[in-house]
Write a protein that binds this ligand. Structure first.
Ligand SMILES: Cc1cc2nc3c(=O)[nH]c(=O)nc-3n(C[C@H](O)[C@H](O)[C@H](O)COP(=O)(O)O)c2cc1C
Length: 196
């Protein structure tokens, strides 16, 4: 027994957690989303830069605007999920950095004065936070359906601005009928890990 996490929690977060393609009507509340964020915000990022930004699409009008930018095959699930979140990277995260890294406020100007450097850092670190977010959704007993099949420029224009890059759209809710495909295989430890 190498893992210290309770086996039921291991199942909830990984072994039995699946990417849902259909959902029940049960609402996902703001309290649930806040609890998820307040858990996963502790996941690490470089320099604690924390570049993830989240747009919750709750209104019918917002949902309609989002669905039109999704790939055809993703539209039905984005239209019917109880809650949909647009996860984005803030390429101007350095503005918050002195507050987020009080022991080293000079990092803002030393490392992140240039926009291309910030875009690269924001892309990596917000993607890490997106992964924490998906696991957090599972920790709330909900299923996530992350998607990158969309018109990114369209979503950016419709919901974000030039400083925020869309990373993925996540459908969130309780899995509905026929919610998933058969589980696909994963690479084994030996296929992935080398030791030098
Ligand atoms: C970043 C990302 C993008 C994805 N994009 C799509 C998508 O556009 N459409 C879709 O149907 N599934 C999408 N998926 C779902 C994956 O195919 C699914 O998570 C993967 O096959 C694992 O499925 P499982 O969790 O049921 O084992 C995406 C998943 C991730 C993490």
């Amino acid at each position: 027994m190498s893992l210290v996490l309770d086996p039921a929690a291991q199942d909830l977060l990984f072994r039995e957690a699946r990417t849902a393609n259909t959902f029940t009507d049960e609402p996902v509340t703001d309290e649930q989303v806040q609890a998820i964020y307040d858990l996963v915000k502790f996941g690490p990022t470089a320099f604690n830069q924390s570049p993830l930004r989240v747009v919750l699409v709750r209104s019918a009008e917002g949902r309609e605007r989002l669905v039109q930018h999704m790939a055809e095959g993703n539209r039905p699930k984005t239209a019917t999920a109880p809650l949909v979140a647009i996860l984005a990277a803030d390429n101007e995260f350095h503005e918050e950095l002195p507050a987020l890294l009080p022991h080293f406020p000079q990092a803002k100007d030393m490392f992140f004065a240039e926009r291309p450097v910030r875009e690269s850092a924001a892309g990596l670190n917000a993607a890490l936070q997106a992964a924490y977010f998906i696991i957090g959704v599972r920790a709330a007993g909900l299923a996530a359906g992350p998607m990158t099949g969309y018109d990114a420029a369209g979503i950016q224009k419709e919901f974000l601005d030039g400083d925020h890059t869309p990373l993925m759209v996540v459908n969130i809710g309780k899995p509905g009928e026929d919610a998933w495909f058969p589980r696909s295989p994963r690479l084994s430890f030996d296929e992935v890990v080398t030791t030098v």
